[in-house]
Design a protein around this ligand. Sequence first.
Ligand code: ACM
Length: 509
Amino acid sequence: MPAPPLDATLLPRPTKARTRSGQFTFTADTRVRVGEGAEDAARLLRTLLAPATGLPLHPADDGAVVLALDPDLTGLGTEGYGLTVGPHSVLLRAARLTGLLRGVQTIRQLLPVQALARAPGRGVRWTLPCAEITDVPRHPWRGAMLDVARHFQPVEYLRRYVDLLALHKINVFHLHLTDDQGWRMPVTAYPKLTEIGGHRTRSMTGPTGDVYDGTAHGGAYTRAELAGLVEYASALGVTVVPEIEMPGHVRAALAAYPRLGNAPDRALEVWTRWGVCDTVLGVHDEVLDFCRTVLEEVMELFPSPYLHVGGDECPLTEWERSPLARARIAAEGLHGPADLHRWFLARIGDFLVRNGRRPVGWAETGTELPDGFTVMAWRDPAHALAAARRGHDVINAHHRATYLDHPQSADPREPPGQPGAVVALRDVHGHDPVPAGATSDVAARVLGTQAQLWTEFAATPERLEYLTYPRLCALADRGWSGPTEWGDFRSRLDLHTARLDALEVRRHP
Ligand code: ACM
């Protein structure tokens, strides 16, 4: 039986792929010619293939496998690559190192599926089908957010999560580090953020009601762990974008430092409920200094050009009552508490821009974030459109298509998830990051799309993987390849499932 055409096996689907007759076979003698600047790609190829194949892939000037950077290949952009496999040679070329890293993942997918296993594949011939591939992503932002605030995950598991993102050519790992229920990033200037804010006494068992599990939950990363994660992800071509929530979703910080809130003498506990908490940051000078100090430490650890500062779900009730907030409104000539939200984020955004970074925020309406913010639109595609029309760069993270904490079917056997809509595989696959009605200049401001995994109801790696896969495969395909036929995606996913199984991904059936 002839092998299926290449583009029918790869996930995400490559832009252009032609299958040729014949195969290239890797052996213990296969050498790699590593062009200048391609060393990290050679290392990744070796590291990824070693456990299952045992191939040494030593470097040599006359190697049959060639990894080459050519800055003149401008049509390939930052992440595109060209791959030519002949019976006696493999040539992987890109304009930038990141493109080579994407191509390495394609080589991995083209090999027999045993190449992805943890254990050595004995008696397997490590062949690649002869082929010519040119592959360039449709969208520059293909992200996955993991909430480690609601349920902490050890850094070893985050590395595994990043490994799987890279296989799917997802290029942003958005790490939601702080929220009402936990603060996970150590801040030298404010040690109580993790000492106190990193622990809660119990957790609500369901989405509503007053029933708790009676189990304490806590955890925080060390600076070395976070720096190590950034480096690990970078070697896979994945950028870690940290998120520090403000001015809402800060109850854990206020439990540690009540004077940063709107009632300095009040003792607060790290929140044990789910939902939107009405305790928010104050707007006095000390709070802005606090945010800037925290973000300075964030910038030391995370080289990402983008830093996420939340901005979502900030109830105004405390500011309406606070004399300090009313004084700030008067002093700044603002129209009221709603204006304070934009004023606050503008101060923070300016600070990040002055430091050479780009602020990202969640959109509540698409028009409320200050200029210069990249907008993550989650509530409604109309917000993505409104923000892009206003001149913002936009990431379309519509919850009905990208929130992986929602159950993936209506089957009553699904584990309890976020109440509300089912987000089925087909919903994710059908999600066009470019909102309907966008003109070409507006569409050009849509950077891409991103999956969200909030973890109120997902505490373990098993559950995280169950919720993430295979839905993230659909998001990756859409973000990299643009629209693909549902039937085509499904048949590629069937083949791809064998790869997930080789990697022991605890996926949804
Ligand atoms: C969000 O889901 N609150 C961004």
